[in-house]
Design a binder for this molecule. Sequence first.
Ligand code: NAD
Ligand code: ISE
Length: 330
Amino acid sequence: MSVRVGVIGTGSIGAEHVRRLAQQVSGAEVSAVFDVDRERAVAVGAPVGAAVHLAAHDVIDDPAVDAVLIASPGDLHAEQVLACVAAGKPVLCEKPLATTAESALKVVEAEAARGRPLVRVGFMRRHDFGYRQVKAVLDGGGIGEPLLMHCVHRNASVPPWFTSEMSLTDSVVHEIDAARWLLGAEIVAATVVAVRSSPLAGGARDPQIVLLETAAGVVVEVESFVNCQYGYDVRCEVVGSTGTVSLDTPSTGAVTRGGGRTQPLPDDWRSRFGQAYLDELQAWVDGRPGGATAWDGYAATAVAEACLRSLATGARSTVTLADAPTGSPQ
Ligand code: NAD
Ligand code: ISE
C-alpha cells in the first residue's frame, strides 16, 4: 500500500518534492495537489496523476490523502499545519514551521493535545550524509567538548525581493536548526553583526554575520551571503577541545590542467541537497524518526525572531523558549 500524499504549494521546491515522491520515493504516490496558481498546479500535478484541488483544505480533507506536504510560502505554514493536525493527518512542512514563535508554539501545543507525533519540518540538512557524519563524530566524543562552530551559507544570487530579514529567516534558519541538532543544545542568544554590504546586494545587508550562543557558552558564527555570485557553498566546522570536524561543499569532476585545478560547485540548494531531500521524503513516508519535530521548528523560529530583533537594534537578543507541553515530541 502506497502512502497517498497531498501537496500544498507546487512552486519551486513543491514541484521538486512532487517529482521525487512520484518517481523516486518507494511506497509513495501524489494523489492531490493545490496551488493558488492553478496553471502551475496542473502542470506539476497532472503528469503524476494527482487530482488538482481548488483550495488547501480540499487537499487536507480529501479521503484519498493520507499525509500532507506543505511547500507554500512560509507565512501560510502555521495555519495549514494546524489544519492537518486537526484532521489527524501526518504533515511534512517545509521550513519555516511558522514566521512567529507564537504561532509555531500553537502548532507544538495542538500536536501535543492530539497525543501523537504528526508534524515534521523540512530541515533537510539533518538527512544530508555530510552533516550526519559531523553529527556522528560529535556524538561519539571524537573531538572532545564542542567549543565553537563556524558556518558559511552562500547563495550565488537571490531575487530582488529577498530582504536582509529573509537572509536570516530563510537562509540562516538552516544553520540555527543544524547547530541545535549537531550540538544537542538550545540557542539562548543571537547577535547580528553589521558587515560592509556588497555593491551587488541591491541595497540589502549582505553579507551578514550572526553569532549564536548556547547556554554552555558554545558560540556559533554564521556567515550568510546570498549574493556571493560564484555558486552555492554551504560549509561548517565544529572546533572541539581535542580536534575539529568539518563539512565542505562536495565537489566531483575536478579538472587539473595547465598548472591549475578547477573544481565545480553546485548552482544552488537543488543540486547540493538533492539526495538529502530524497532521504528526508523516504524517511517521512516510511514513518522513520529522525527529522525535525514541531518543537525543533518552534525553537528555530524563536531564534530567527531574536536575529530579527538584533538586526533591527544592533544589540544582542536573548531567546526564551516556552516549557514544552506534556507529550510534545522533542
Ligand atoms: P515558490 O514561490 O517557488 O513556491 C511557493 C508556491 O506556493 C507558489 O507556486 C505559489 O503560487 C504557492 N502559493 C501561494 N499562496 C498559496 C496558498 N495560499 N496555498 C497554496 N499555495 C500557495 O517558493 P519556494 O522556493 O518553493 O518555497 C516554498 C517554501 O519552501 C518556503 O517556505 C521556503 O522557505 C521553503 N524552501 C525550502 C528549501 C529547503 O532547502 N528546505 C528550499 C527552497 C524553499
Ligand atoms: C532557501 O529557501 C533554502 O531553504 C535553501 O536551502 C537556502 O540555501 C537558501 O538560502 C534559501 O533561500
